[in-house]
Ligand binder design. Structure first.
Ligand code: ATP
Length: 347
């Protein structure tokens, strides 16, 4: 039994999550049993209660195996409220230190690049420290001498565990790992990152590992993404580079993201990378592919890789057959595309 906490969230979030649940149910055969528990948290909850989720929200999620999230954020609620009120506390309290973002050019989807090649790359992003540490401050406010300082916090434990995850991921794939650095400009934290990367590399002689400066890496990802297999980077670099890999592999509505606590001490969280898309919310036209791919990743993580694989295959076949939503140049709505995936799974 896989117990899944479902948070549809805002805008198109509940629409695409509903699609993902239908697909998972169609794919789940013996012995996989799924139990979904839905939580109506997010910006609407905030506007009513003054918080994004109840005070004991984290505690209520703790007992689940996985968390399946749609999207959070709405124009009438400041971004820092929606982010700090729901997603970040979940990531931090459940020590989801790996943000895994696979990108692949699925059949039937067009890349904005002329020559994307056989694009299949996964970005492993550090998810709990680094440049997004909430440490620093502003002084001499509103004077010409105003100063803002924000510290980047890199711990040996934090760097080592994310780098190690990158090596493990590469080992299970094509055996190529690139570490995103910037030690030619950032003189303290990045040489530290490089040092640990090289130390861990010695334990993985079977992985072809190298370090590349993040700016050059960003350019290479646009010019020749097919040469990459796995990229591991800090919180900021992983964030930026995975936006590039998602963009070059098609539309924003397709890519998934997993926030993992690899040891399994706490639930992990799976979501599409897109936001709540207020401009199309409620119209039933959102592309459910990102949420469906995220569902496939979730089942794989829950110990059902075959079921996850079948879901991704059914999604890809659907796209290749021409059943696509508007953002991909098709005419199907969310329900029609979901129906087609469910049908391919024999549902
Ligand atoms: P956020 O800050 O939450 O990421 P955003 O507005 O920057 O929000 P999105 O909500 O992802 O980003 O929307 C960006 C654009 O992509 C919008 O025009 C939206 O309609 C479109 N979009 C996002 N997700 C989908 C989807 N699943 N299907 C179709 N279009 C989508």
């Amino acid at each position: 039994m896989v117990r899944v906490a479902v948070i549809g969230g805002d805008g198109i979030g509940p629409e695409v999550v509903r699609a993902g649940m239908r697909v998972m149910e169609a794919a789940a055969d013996d012995p996989l049993e799924l139990r979904f528990t839905e939580f109506e948290w997010g910006c609407e909850y905030y506007l009513e209660h003054g918080r994004m989720m109840p005070e004991d929200g984290i505690e209520r999620l703790r007992g689940f195996d996985e968390i399946y999230l749609g999207a959070v954020g709405w124009p009438t609620v400041p971004d820092h409220v929606s982010l700090w009120g729901l997603l970040l506390p979940i990531r931090r309290r459940f020590d989801q230190y790996v943000n895994l973002r696979p990108a692949r050019l699925l059949r039937g989807v067009e890349s904005p690049l002329a020559n994307p090649g056989n694009l299949d790359v996964t970005v492993v992003r550090e998810n709990t420290e680094g440049e997004y540490s909430d440490s620093g401050g502003r002084i001499y406010k509103e004077t010409p001498h105003e100063i803002a300082v924000q510290e980047s916090i890199f711990t040996r434990r934090g760097v080592e565990r994310i780098v190690r995850y990158g090596f493990e991921e590469a080992k299970g794939r094509r055996g190529l790992l690139v570490g995103a650095t910037k030690s030619n400009g950032i003189s303290i934290t990045m040489p530290f990152f490089d040092e640990i990367f090289n130390e861990v590399a010695r334990e993985y002689p079977e992985v072809e590992a190298s370090l590349m400066h993040a700016d050059a890496l960003a350019a290479r990802l646009v010019l020749d993404p097919a040469r990459f297999d796995v990229i591991v980077g800090s919180n900021l670099f992983g964030d930026l580079l995975s936006e590039i890999t998602a963009a070059v592999s098609g539309a924003i509505g397709i890519a998934p993201s997993a926030n993992l606590n690899p040891e399994g001490a706490f639930p992990s969280l799976f979501e599409p990378i897109h936001g709540s898309a207020p401009d199309i919310a409620g119209q039933g036209v959102a592309n459910p592919a990102g949420a469906i791919w995220a569902a496939a990743l979730m089942l794989e993580h829950a110990g059902h890789p075959k079921t996850g694989g079948r879901i991704l295959e059914a999604l890809e076949e659907t796209l290749a057959s021409g059943i696509r939503t508007r953002d991909l140049g098709g005419e199907a709505n969310t329900e029609e595309m979901t129906d087609a995936v469910v049908e391919r799974l024999g549902g």
